[in-house]
Each structure stands twice: as C-alpha cells, then as structure tokens.
Design a protein around this ligand. Structure first.
Ligand code: PNS
Length: 182
C-alpha cells in the first residue's frame, strides 16, 4: 500500500545528509528546457534522478527505452545525475530511492495550476516529500516536447530547441516512417 503512516500534523524530519531529488516527466523527447533544469538541479541536490513515467496515457513518439538512451547521452556529463523510469505513484518511486524532493519546472503562469494540484496531491500522499519548482532559462520558456514534435513533423527547424543528439534521432525516426510510407 502506498499511503504514508505519517500524520499531516507530525513534525517533518530533518534534512538528510544527502539530498536525493527526482525530476519526473515524459521527456518525449528531452528538450533544451529540460536539460537546463537538469543542469540547475544537479547543482542543488546531491543526487538528481531523472525519471520517465512508464504507461503514460499519451501516445509517445519514442519508447521508454529510447528516451532513457537519449537522456543518458546528454546527462553523462553530470556525475550526480541518474536516469530511471517508474510506474505507479511518483511518491512511491521517490520513497524507493529515499528521495525527499520532487523537482518540477515552471515555464509560465499557465503551468502553475496543474503543477500546484500535483504538488499538493503528492504532499497529501507523502507530507515528508517536498516539491521544488524551478524556472529554466527564459530563452527556453516557450519550449515543450509537444510543440517540438509538432514543428518537426510539419517540416520546421528544431535546431536549438533540443540537444543535437535528439535532433539526429528525430530525423532518423522521420526518415524511417517516410520509408515505411507512414
Ligand atoms: O512531463 P509531464 O508529462 O507533465 O509529467 C507528469 C508526471 C509524470 C510528473 C505525472 O503524470 C506523474 O507524476 N505521474 C505519476 C502518477 C502519480 O503519482 N499521480 C498522482 C500525483 S499527481
């Protein structure tokens, strides 16, 4: 069962000696906005685990394994950043890794309502796990994986929006589907 035995009025535990944070998301694909947040998070936490949601309701462009490979290609430069995937509740995944922080990015005020709902629900489930919101560099504030896929699919340039290795994989994906006649 995934509910915490801790009561919401219990005092919160002290800061652990090593702070582990989970940065969850779909990352389909990882964008430069995500990468900027990973870089910032790697400077704040002892360990940052970038975790991909398995069994997402959205139809993904890349499989979870492909997304893990794409993430590993770009985060290997940060020694305290790991990549993982999870199913079920995010707070259970965080607990399994002894994580005390959930990291989320906020681009604009429009993100806030959804993020606040998730943060408060996660706090209700696990009062001792804190959600931390960070802002990516403003140069990336308009980028989303959804828009990257849409622009790319319609023939627009995504240069500078995603890491070069991701752009290569997207081109390969497109040429494969053209060959298949999709
Ligand atoms: O990048 P996304 O798609 O906005 O990420 C959403 C994600 C993966 C953070 C969210 O869907 C999630 O945490 N799913 C796990 C299920 C869960 O724990 N739900 C209850 C808390 S809201």
């Amino acid at each position: 069962m995934s509910t915490s035995s801790r009561k919401r009025t219990d005092p919160l535990p002290r800061k652990p000696p090593n702070v582990v944070a989970i940065y969850p998301g779909s990352f389909d694909p990882i964008t430069n906005g995500h990468l900027d947040l990973i870089q910032r998070g790697s400077r704040m936490f002892d360990t940052l685990i970038v975790s991909i949601l398995r069994h997402d309701t959205k139809e993904p462009l890349f499989s979870v394994e492909e997304r893990i490979a794409m993430l590993l290609e770009v985060v290997h430069v940060y020694p305290n950043v790991e990549v993982d995937s999870f199913g079920g509740l995010l707070v259970d995944h965080a607990t399994a890794h002894s994580a005390t922080v959930l990291l989320r990015g906020i681009r604009a005020i429009s993100d806030y309502e959804y993020e606040l709902q998730m943060a408060l629900m996660n706090r209700r489930l696990r009062p001792d796990i804190e959600t931390v919101f960070m802002m990516a560099n403003e140069a990336y504030s308009f980028i989303s994986s959804r828009l990257v896929k849409e622009v790319f699919g319609l023939g627009g340039s995504i240069s500078g929006l995603v890491p070069p290795s991701v752009e290569v994989r997207m081109r390969q994906r497109l040429s494969r589907s053209i060959l298949k006649g999709a």
